[in-house]
Each structure stands twice: as C-alpha cells, then as structure tokens.
Ligand binder design. Structure first.
Ligand code: AMP
Length: 188
C-alpha cells in the first residue's frame, strides 16, 4: 500500500494536485472537506452538524471527523492506498489515523506539504469563490479565519510526521504541472 497525506493551508492546491496523484499512483482520494460537502448537499445529520462549523471556518470536532474518515477507508477494502486530503488537521486526528492504519497493518508513508504564502492563498480562495459555490470561499474574514485555524491547530501536524522522517515540504507556487512534477519527485 501507499498512503499519502497531502498537506497545506486552504487554497494551497491540495484538491487539484490530488487529482494528479490519483491518476499517477492509482490511489483512492479521501477529502474530508468534500465528504462533508457531499453530506450537506444530501441533507444528512452529519452534513447539518458539519455546516455549522464550516460556515464559520472552524474545524468540525475531531470525534465526528475521525469516525467519518474511518468509515470511508473501510468502504474501500480493495484500495492500493489512499491520498488523505484535508485530514489529519489536528494532532489528535493524526494520532487516531496512526492507530487506525496500524490496526489494518499499514501506515502513512509520507506527508507532502504545499507551501504558499498567506496573501496568495487569500487571492486564490476569493477567485475560487467566484465559481465554487462555497460560502467559506466568498467572505475574506472567513478565509482569514480558516488560515488562522490552520496556523494555530493544523500546522503542528507537520511536526508529527517530521518527527518520524515522513515529511516533505514542496514549493506550491508555479504552474499546476510544475507543482505536480515536484510532488512526483518527492514521492518517488
Ligand atoms: P477543505 O475543503 O479541506 O478546505 O475543508 C472545508 C472545511 O471542512 C474546513 O474549513 C472545516 O470546517 C471542515 N473540515 C475539513 N476537513 C476537516 C478535518 N480534518 N477536521 C475538521 N474539520 C474539517
């Protein structure tokens, strides 16, 4: 199996690059943000709960997010591996993921992070908000809040993987192709 975490702040290009990695490595893409949005669209209880956090740019509580993620992994028993996109976002999520994958006899092999500075992120997210239909992409104060949450609660997750020699930082500025090539080189 090959299990990757694609990491980085909101607007770094994780979704776009995940599509490339799915094609190249034949992995199953699990984006917790996408799964929450799917639940919101379908009016599930999980969606209603998640929406109240997402609309503010806050994180959905760990217990909810972790059990949802585990259920999604369990739906794909034949997977050659996974790309986790937008998860783990807290150290508690990272610890839970380690335990969960260990129970399946596997692990995270590498976290690759896309580095993009804040002003560029805000610019990209506002642009995306013109088409994405995402309420959390249209309001600059909510965007800044999401970046703040990333800096306060999520950035430390990189240390968790760095301590295990499983972390690589990638320059997230450039064309989509250039960034894909950097990722392929990092993943090997
Ligand atoms: P994203 O699509 O990754 O930008 O996520 C959109 C929103 O979904 C985030 O701002 C959070 O409110 C929520 N979310 C996504 N992934 C997680 C996670 N791993 N933990 C908590 N909340 C999450």
């Amino acid at each position: 199996m090959l299990n990757l975490v694609l990491f980085g702040p909101p607007g770094a290009g994780k979704g776009t690059q995940s599509e490339r990695l799915v094609e190249r490595y034949g992995l199953v893409h699990l984006s917790t943000g996408d799964i929450f949005r799917y639940n919101i669209k379908n009016g599930t209880d999980l969606g209603t709960l998640a929406k109240s956090y997402m609309d503010q740019g806050h994180l959905v509580p760990d217990e909810v997010t972790i059990s949802m993620l585990e259920a999604e992994v369990n739906k794909n028993p034949e997977a050659k591996g996974f790309i986790f996109d937008g998860f783990p976002r807290t150290t508690a999520q990272a610890e839970a993921l380690t335990k969960f994958l260990a129970s399946k006899g596997t692990e995270i092999h590498l976290m690759v992070a896309l580095a993009v500075e804040e002003d560029e992120l805000v610019k990209r997210l506002l642009l995306r908000g013109e088409h994405s239909g995402r309420a959390d992409d249209t309001d600059e104060s909510i965007i800044r809040n999401r970046i703040q949450v990333y800096n306060d609660q999520t950035a430390v997750v990189a240390d968790f993987y760095a301590a295990q020699n499983k972390f690589k930082n990638i320059d997230g500025i450039g064309s989509i192709d250039e960034i894909s090539e950097r990722l392929y080189a990092a993943i090997g």
